[in-house]
Design a protein around this ligand. Structure first.
Ligand SMILES: [Zn+2]
Length: 56
């Protein structure tokens, strides 16, 4: 997985409780994975179809 912001390699990190909720909202249709880039500190979740970004 490459970081969409800086194109460096981003790492898969542990999911947060909110991600589990999101998974429930999608009825478990999408697998949710959380990634973090240690170069630009981008963090986001990747689902089966959509990609969402957050800076939290
Ligand atoms: Zn990055």
């Amino acid at each position: 997985m490459l970081c969409p912001r800086c194109n460096n390699y981003s790492y898969r990190i542990k999911r947060k409780p909110n991600d589990r909720l999101l998974s429930l909202l999608t009825l478990g249709l999408f697998q949710i994975k959380r990634f973090k880039c240690f170069y630009c500190y981008w963090e986001g979740i990747i689902t089966g179809k959509k990609m969402r970004m957050s800076n939290s």
